[in-house]
Design a protein around this ligand. Structure first.
Ligand code: C2E
Ligand code: SIN
Ligand code: SIN
Ligand code: FE
Ligand code: FE
Length: 414
């Protein structure tokens, strides 16, 4: 019977690996990896840390006892750990060894690290059994750490992890690491494209792109839950949207510096030229060979349309024409959903940010603006979804501060 069990386990691992290779967005992949790792070992909770700039960055969390949806403010924690023997994850990353603890609060004296109880203290959770596994890429490079917490028996009582769990999880982690590394590279390439844009337009920072993308993914998920969309479709769309939304303003690279970097208000003629960034953006994904390309084009084209039909560029006959005239504004659900969502995410972020041409709105002013514009600039259902997840919006803002270097330093010193 154990043999049959192991075959089932193995075939589940294989399916998992196959499926995870199809996913493109890093967060969606981490969600999947944690879910599978926990299913394979019957674990209540877990986290993933990824190596970035020589520190371990907290990157994903599950906890069935504390929260049921993957969408929660803890995902956007900006905690970082040094890669050294002080912490469990740091130890696994620096030595490449797996750590197994029956009780995180009774670490044997010969082990060099200590358990940080701050999450338990803040949340009321009680961490007991733990397995901490390094994520090694094909070239034996350690790209992160997988922490699995509180193995459960059939009665949901916390028990130690078994030897079998260790074997299974190590095998699984090796394969998961390859997929994670690919997804990190995908995100890296996208960030490099945004970097190109940022060099031209100091408003379009990587931080802005990250915030708009994360807001859009979370708003979409809430919208889709409200609508009763199937969970698999939610995951697929959320994944694509997160990447595609990062590229909403890529078309600004086609706008001249004189307009892009103008410190004051644009005159009507300049503003007219600026509006073409939507069409330029859509053209960048001309070949549209993948769902991601197609969605990126859709968002670039539609993120300045308004629910009341007063947005731009409106209905365009042929976006590849030499200088296509702007059309009649798309209205209501004529605007693709992703365009409606990114419009709100982008404007909210632009409002509360300082621009060369304006002072930032206060949070209260921005929220009042969103409420007032519900049904005018914005789809009311999208506005409702935004307010339903407002605590997550705040966590995203804190994670992607304007200057990512200073945000890392802040996280380390706290
Ligand atoms: P952006 O700065 O990222 O702003 C994105 C959108 O946020 C704007 O789209 C607008 O809908 C909203 N927004 C930003 N600031 C404010 C504000 O103070 N009040 C209100 N009500 N809405 C605001 P929009 O207007 O179509 O502009 C698109 C892009 O054109 C802007 O992206 C920015 O790059 C540029 N732009 C727009 N107006 C000016 C300007 O007066 N001076 C300069 N230098 N650039 C401008
Ligand atoms: C942003 O926060 O959206 C860009 C940075 C800035 O405009 O100051
Ligand atoms: C979706 O829910 O898959 C999006 C449909 C749309 O773009 O309106
Ligand atoms: Fe734009
Ligand atoms: Fe933008």
């Amino acid at each position: 019977m154990q043999f049959q069990n192991d075959l089932d386990t193995l075939s589940r691992i294989m399916t998992t690996i196959e499926e995870s290779n199809q996913l493109k967005d890093l967060d969606a992949l981490l969600d999947r990896v944690l879910l599978d790792a926990r299913r394979l070992t019957q674990a209540d909770a877990g986290s993933i840390f990824l190596v970035e700039n020589n520190v371990l960055k907290f990157s994903y969390i599950h906890n069935d006892t504390l929260f049921t949806t993957p969408s929660n403010k803890y995902i956007y924690s900006s905690q970082t750990l040094e890669i050294n023997n002080e912490s469990l994850a740091g130890y696994a990353a620096s030595t490449g060894e797996t750590v197994i603890l029956d009780d995180a609060y009774q670490i044997p004296a010969h082990m060099p690290f200590s358990f940080n109880p701050s999450f338990d203290e803040a949340s009321g959770y009680r961490t007991r059994s733990m397995m901490v596994v390094p994520l090694k890429s094909s070239r034996e490079k350690i790209i992160g750490v997988l922490e699995i917490i509180n193995a459960l028996d059939g009665q949901k009582k916390v028990i130690p992890f078994s030897h079998r769990d260790t074997l299974v999880l190590n095998y699984f982690a090796q394969h998961a690491a390859g997929g994670i590394e690919r997804a990190m590279m995908t995100r890296e390439i996208i960030l490099r494209m945004i970097k190109m844009c940022e060099l031209r337009d100091p408003h379009e920072t990587g931080a802005h792109a990250h915030r708009v993308a994360a807001y859009a993914a979370e708003i979409y998920q809430q919208w889709a839950l409200n609508r009763g969309i199937a969970p698999e479709e939610i995951k697929r769309m959320r994944d694509l949207l997160r990447l595609a939304a990062m590229l909403h303003d890529l078309g600004k690279i086609a706008i001249s510096d004189l307009i892009l970097k103008k410190p004051g208000k644009l005159d009507p003629e300049e503003y007219q030229i600026m509006k073409y960034h939507t069409i330029h953006g859509a053209r960048l994904f001309e070949n549209a060979t993948s769902d991601l390309d197609a969605l990126s084009a859709e968002i670039a084209l539609n993120h300045h349309e308004r629910w009341d039909g007063q947005g731009y560029p409106g209905k365009i006959g042929n976006i590849y024409a030499d200088h296509p005239p702007m059309g009649e504004g798309k209205k209501g659900e004529e605007i693709p959903l992703a365009g409606r969502i990114v419009a709100l995410a982008d404007i909210y972020d632009a409002l509360v940010s300082r621009r060369a041409y304006k002072e930032p709105f206060t949070e209260e002013q921005a929220l009042t603006f969103l409420r007032e514009q519900s049904g005018q600039a914005f789809d009311p259902e999208v506005v409702a979804a935004f307010f339903a997840i407002y605590d997550i919006i705040g966590a995203i803002r804190e994670k992607y501060l304007e200057n990512s270097v200073s945000s890392e330093l802040l996280a380390e010193s706290s």
